[in-house]
Design a protein around this ligand. Sequence first.
Ligand code: MRU
Length: 345
Amino acid sequence: MMARALEWIDGRLRMLDQSELPEDQVFVNLDNYRDVVSAIKEMRVRGAPAIGVAAAYGIALGASSIEAANKDDFLTQLNQITQTFAASRPTAVNLFRAIGRMKKAAEGDDIAEMKKSLINEAKRIHEEEETATKELSRLGADLLKDGCTVLTHCNAGPLATAGYGTALGVIKAAKEQGKKVSVFVTETRPLLQGARLTAWELMEEGIPVTLITDSMAGYFMRRREIDCVIVGADRIAANGHTANKIGTYSLAVLANAHGIPFYVAAPTSTIDLSLTSGYQIPIEERSPEEVTHIKGIPIAPKGVRAANPAFDVTPHAYITAIITEKGIIRAPYTEGLRTIVSESS
Ligand code: MRU
């Protein structure tokens, strides 16, 4: 049984520190919302759905510690807490959806009751991500043929979702259906989520995995060793353009050039219909030090300029299908995405 990425235990948030994996499984018990904000910024918890779940629990923790004279005072302080979370990471829309839901859950006049309903809402958001990722994985597994080889990028497994997984969930579900599936995983520079987390999760699941560097993908595609690509998503715009870990766009272009299907797997909580185009998605810029160093060790000349966009946008034209818990959507995406989102709201 895999360790759970996030768990609410006795009024505290138990978090598996993903920055220590795969060497060590370190759990931290957080009871201060500021520590949850730091964990999100420092990517001790990461992956779009997991960021949303962590933020929801963090807001519940923050709300519990508010000492307020009246309801207005409580809501003012709650608003400050949610703003701190909103400023943590800009790209994954699950964070902003969770914040919106938590704000809505703070209803009524009794402050003690509001604190309780915030905890309950955070638990509900978590449960919904678990259910959605399990269901989308079941649906997506039908796309995988027995004996196929899938390439995936970054990490879109249980760690990233605080649930069953998205891209890795589809692979796990195909295995549960009795299919043999092998996986190529790109290491995913700069922070190596593929090498550190995806390789670890697949090995724990007993799924054959081959680790490659990001630059090797085209080589294996040309040799026809890859049957399809499946990735997760941080935000899907109304036109189907999808933001995901930096390097996803290059893989999609390569897959297209080689006639290989390219699938995006994500719960509906990752869809943002307020944006008509994916090019409106805010892209997080992280510290250049993540590029010039690996685990604190310098790998480039001191003082060199480095760029570090954490995500890129894959245009819908390169996406064969988007796998959600409400169904598998194909182009034209705007219509399909609008239909499933209106069904789930
Ligand atoms: O920067 P990260 O590690 O949070 O980026 C994560 C990804 O890009 C994942 O592919 C995405 O969040 C999907 S998680 C199911």
